[in-house]
Design a protein around this ligand. Structure first.
Ligand SMILES: *Cc1c(COP(=O)(O)O)cnc(C)c1O
Length: 427
């Protein structure tokens, strides 16, 4: 294996975490379709179980194909380690699990993927956890919402669906001051456009389903740990800083240092919650990630051209793309995601809800699907789909008003996408 840390982004996306297979010389990372791994001796087995030696035991915990992907994503994000899992939503639970307990809360942005808003406002209550939603443009409100029971601050770098950019430096200054980890969902930006760890994030979560895989073929998730948070600095994170009863009293932060969160995610999170990524899925994402930078450049280029064209169209009331000078978030592009504002934005139509439905019906190249980050262009009406569980006020706060559609711009020829939008808007 080469020293990935020295390489540029595109070299890393091809090489980090992988090398020709030592057993066969296979150039591509094999799909290690095996549930278990033969121990060299009873002592070897005992050492693996005691975390005295690192190796493969059982594929609910670790698998070499999944392991290659974990190392690659950690390298692209500049993290100490990463744990892959079955979906983006699984990644969010996996990230919160070591931090939370009954009665503890998170402070989360109002501008999140609709499914995340529902996970945080409803489902986590069953664990005795709760979320306080705050406008993350109001840094003081974030600071004021943090209380003694807060265990994480959560936001998206480029927020779904509007493509709004979060001032991660301002938010991490608040979470740092409170001694609380900042978790950033970097799904829509990808590590090519934004590195949240450079802006103070403790943990980065991904739905690898989206741009990292890039072709809409598999669901997956990932938690990347910066390795920089001092879990021992307070008594707030006993799973990491005190003897962990679920792992014969191991003190993860003491024994594993910057890899504490990653090992906890495998040894406790995947072991006991079981939301494992399968090697076949990891293979598709490893294939996709090889072209991440190339695709993101095309996504950004097309989104820039098409959002500008839409902004001047008579049927369109507003376009939210942060790459446009008219966006209130435009000034954050240079700081947070200098290579571009991504491929995701919403448009509001003058004709309201009915015009949105008509546009979706009449488009031919754009697919009407509940997904984003595919190489193909996608469109959806969030108010009646991804954000339908929310109240009207929550929909508007989340950037999912009834008269808007979310567009995930693909990498097709921009002229063809514009021609398709033109014919559909004129009907
Ligand atoms: C899709 C998405 C998720 C959830 O990921 P799944 O892989 O669908 O579970 C989380 N956050 C963002 C920003 C997303 O776009």
């Amino acid at each position: 294996m080469t020293d990935a840390a020295k390489h540029g982004f595109t070299t890393k996306q091809l090489h980090a975490g992988a090398a020709p297979d030592p057993a066969t010389g296979a150039r591509n990372t094999p799909i290690y379709q095996s549930t278990a791994y033969v121990f060299k001796s009873p002592e070897h087995a005992a050492n693996l179980f005691a975390l005295k030696e690192v190796g493969y035991i059982y594929s609910r915990l670790t698998n070499p194909t999944v392991g290659a992907l974990q190392e690659r994503i950690a390298a692209l994000e500049g993290g100490a380690g990463a744990v892959c899992c079955s979906s983006g939503h699984a990644a969010q639970i996996l990230a919160l699990f070591p931090l939370m307990g009954p009665g503890k809360n998170i402070v989360a942005s109002t501008r999140l993927y609709g499914g995340t808003l529902t996970q945080f406002s409803q489902t986590i209550k069953r664990f005795g956890w709760s979320a306080k939603f705050v406008d993350f443009d109001d840094t003081q409100a974030v600071a004021d919402a943090i209380d003694d029971d807060t265990r994480a601050v959560f936001c998206e770098s480029i927020a779904n669906p509007g493509g709004y950019i979060t001032d991660l430096d301002a938010i991490s200054a608040v979470s740092d001051k409170a001694g609380i980890p900042l978790i950033v969902d970097n799904t829509t930006a990808t590590p090519y456009l934004c590195n949240p760890i450079d802006h103070g994030a403790t943990l980065v979560v991904h739905s690898t389903t989206k741009y990292l895989t890039g072709n809409g073929s598999v669901t997956g998730g990932c938690v990347v740990d910066s390795g920089k948070f001092d879990w021992m600095a307070s008594d707030k994170f006993p799973s990491l800083s005190q003897p962990e009863p679920a792992y014969h009293g191991l003190i993860f932060a003491e024994a594993l240092g910057p890899m504490a969160f990653t090992f906890h995610g495998i040894a406790i999170g995947l072991r006991d919650l079981g939301m494992t990524m399968n090697p076949q899925g990891a293979h598709y994402t490893l294939m996709g990630i090889e072209t991440l930078s190339l695709r993101m450049r095309e996504h950004v280029k097309n989104a820039q051209i098409i959002s500008a064209w839409l902004e001047n169209h008579d049927a369109v009331e507003a376009v939210t793309y942060a790459g446009l000078p008219s966006s209130p978030y435009h000034s954050r592009v240079a700081k947070i995601c200098p290579k571009g504002a991504g491929g995701l934005f919403t448009i509001q139509l003058k004709g309201g809800h009915d015009a949105c439905v008509k546009l979706i019906e009449n488009l031919e190249l754009f697919s009407h699907v509940a997904n984003l980050g595919d190489a193909k262009s996608l469109i959806i009406h969030p108010a009646s789909t991804t954000h339908s569980q929310l109240s009207d006020a929550e929909k508007i706060a989340a950037g999912a008003a009834p008269n808007l559609v979310r567009i995930s711009i693909g990498i097709e020829d921009s002229d063809d996408l514009i021609a398709d939008l033109e014919q559909a808007l004129s009907k």
